[in-house]
Design a protein around this ligand. Structure first.
Ligand code: SF4
Length: 417
C-alpha cells in the first residue's frame, strides 16, 4: 500500500502513516495498482495543490479527508502533487477535495503521489526516453551568456529577443535549445488563433491566467530564415518547430512560413522542419507541405467530434478539416504525430479509445505523443459531465499498442531527417 503524502503550512512534505493513498481518474477516486506507479523520476517537481485538501483511505478502509495536521494540532495541511518531466505520462490525478470557495487551479499537469518503503512514488509510466528534456540540462548558469552571444550575432532579430524572454521568464526548453544550439528549437511567429481551447497556455480561456504571453508581432521571412538556418546547420539532432507555447496557430502565417521553408531548404538539407498545429487551416497546411516541411504534430484532446468541439472550440474549421490536412501531409510524405492531450478517466474511456484508433487508422498517423493535459481537473470535468469510467492509462497504452501496432507511442517529436 502507498501512503498519502501531504504538506503542512511550512511546505514540508509529510507521509500519513495511517492513511492509504488514493488517485483520481475522471470523477472517481481509486487505489493505485503497482503498474500505475513508478519511483518519482529525476526532474519532477513536487508542489502543493492550492486550496485543496488530501483524500485517502483510513485504517478502516473508509474514505477520509483531512484539512488539519493529525500530528500538529491546528496546523492546516494541503494536498500535494508532482509535475512530470517530458518522457513520463500521468496515470492518475491527485485525490483531493476543494476547500470552501476554492479558486480554480493554475494550468499544470497535477499528478498523484504516494509514499512506500521510504521512497516517493508517482502515478506515471515512462513513455519516452527523457535524456534531451532532463531539467538539469536547462536554466543553466551558461544560458545568459549563450543568449547574449546570439543576440549580438543577430541584433535586429525580434524572434530571438522573444525567445530570450521566453527562456529567462518562462524557462521554455525549446527557446533555450535555440541559444544552446541543440535538438528541438522553437520559432514562434503568430499571435492569433482559429481555435479557443479550454486549456490554452498562451491565452486564458479559463478563470486563471495563461502561463505565457503571446508574441505581439509578426516577424519577417528574413528573421525566420536566419534562426532556421542557424539552428539546422549547427544543432545535433536538429529540429525547428513552428507552433510554440507563446503563440497562436502558426499555419495562419503560412505565406511567410512557406517562403521561409523554401529559402531554408535552398541553403540547407539538414535537420527537420516541423509544425505544432491544430491543422484546422488546411489551405495553410498544404502550402507549407508543398514548400518542403518534414513533419507535423497535431494537437487533439478528443477524436469524438462533439468532445473535440467542446474542448478546442474551433472558430473557422472542423475536425474533418483536420483530417484533410493530415491526409494531404501524408500524401506529401510528412511524418505525422498526434499530440494527444491525455486526462485519466477521459482519454481511456471506451468511446474515446475507439474513436482514437479509428482516427489513427483513417489518417495513417505515425506517432501518438502522450501529453499530460495541464488543467484544473474539476474545471475540465465540468465541461464533460457525462464521461464514463476509464480503463486506466496503462491499459489504454497496452490497447493502443495492440490495436495500432504500427503507430509509435512516445511523448515528443523526434528528428525525421
Ligand atoms: S490551438 Fe493552441 S494557441 Fe490556439 S487556442 Fe488552442 S492551445 Fe491556444
Amino acid at each position: 500500500m502507498y501512503l498519502t503524502l501531504y504538506a503542512n503550512e511550512k511546505g514540508e512534505l509529510i507521509e500519513h502513516p495511517g492513511m492509504g493513498m488514493l488517485g483520481r481518474s475522471g470523477k472517481e477516486w481509486l487505489e493505485p495498482i503497482a503498474e500505475e506507479m513508478i519511483l518519482l523520476p529525476e526532474g519532477s517537481s513536487l508542489v502543493t495543490v492550492p486550496y485543496r485538501i488530501p483524500v485517502g483511505i483510513d485504517e478502516n478502509g473508509k474514505l477520509a479527508y483531512f484539512d488539519y495536521n493529525p500530528f500538529s494540532a491546528g496546523e492546516k495541511v494541503y494536498a500535494v502533487a508532482a509535475l512530470l518531466p517530458q518522457g513520463f505520462s500521468r496515470t492518475l490525478l491527485p485525490a483531493c477535495t476543494s476547500q470552501a470557495n476554492a479558486k480554480e487551479l493554475p494550468l499544470f499537469g497535477y499528478t498523484a503521489v504516494g509514499f512506500k518503503d521510504g521512497e516517493i512514488y508517482v502515478a506515471a509510466v515512462q513513455s519516452d526516453e527523457h535524456r534531451k528534456w532532463h531539467p538539469e540540462r536547462y536554466n543553466t548558469k551558461e544560458l545568459p551568456g549563450k543568449i547574449k552571444l546570439m543576440l549580438e550575432k543577430y541584433p535586429e532579430n525580434r524572434i530571438l529577443r522573444q525567445l530570450a524572454h521566453c527562456s529567462m521568464e518562462y524557462g521554455c526548453f525549446t527557446a533555450q535549445n535555440i541559444f544552446c544550439q541543440r535538438w528541438e528549437g522553437g520559432i514562434p511567429t503568430m499571435n492569433i488563433c482559429n481555435a479557443n481551447c479550454i486549456g490554452c497556455i498562451s491565452e486564458s480561456h479559463t478563470g486563471v491566467e495563461a502561463p505565457q504571453d503571446r508574441i505581439n508581432f509578426t516577424p519577417e521571412t528574413k528573421e525566420i530564415v536566419e534562426i532556421g538556418l542557424e539552428h539546422l546547420n549547427s544543432a545535433p539532432e536538429a529540429i525547428i518547430s513552428f507552433g510554440q507555447g507563446c503563440e497562436g496557430e502558426p499555419s495562419l502565417n503560412a505565406r511567410k512560413l512557406s517562403e521561409a521553408i523554401k529559402q531554408i531548404r535552398q541553403s540547407s538539407a539538414k535537420g527537420t522542419i516541423n509544425i505544432n498545429t491544430n491543422a484546422g487551416y488546411t489551405e495553410g497546411i498544404t502550402m507549407m507541405c508543398d514548400a518542403g516541411m518534414d513533419a507535423m504534430r497535431v494537437t487533439i484532446f478528443s477524436c469524438v467530434e462533439d468532445n473535440y468541439n467542446s474542448y478546442h472550440r474551433p472558430s473557422t474549421y472542423s475536425l474533418s478539416d483536420v483530417k484533410s490536412s493530415i491526409k494531404y501531409a501524408k500524401d506529401k510524405h510528412l511524418t505525422i504525430s498526434m499530440n494527444l492531450l491525455i486526462f485519466p478517466g477521459f482519454t481511456d474511456t471506451k468511446e474515446e479509445m475507439e474513436s482514437l484508433v479509428d482516427f489513427a487508422q483513417e489518417c495513417n498517423i505515425d506517432m501518438i505523443q502522450l501529453r499530460n493535459l495541464n488543467i484544473d481537473p474539476d474545471f475540465l470535468m465540468s465541461h464533460f459531465p457525462n464521461t464514463g469510467s476509464g480503463i486506466g492509462i496503462t491499459n489504454f497504452i497496452e490497447l493502443l499498442q495492440k490495436e495500432i501496432p504500427r503507430v509509435v507511442i512516445g511523448s515528443y517529436t523526434h528528428p525525421v531527417r
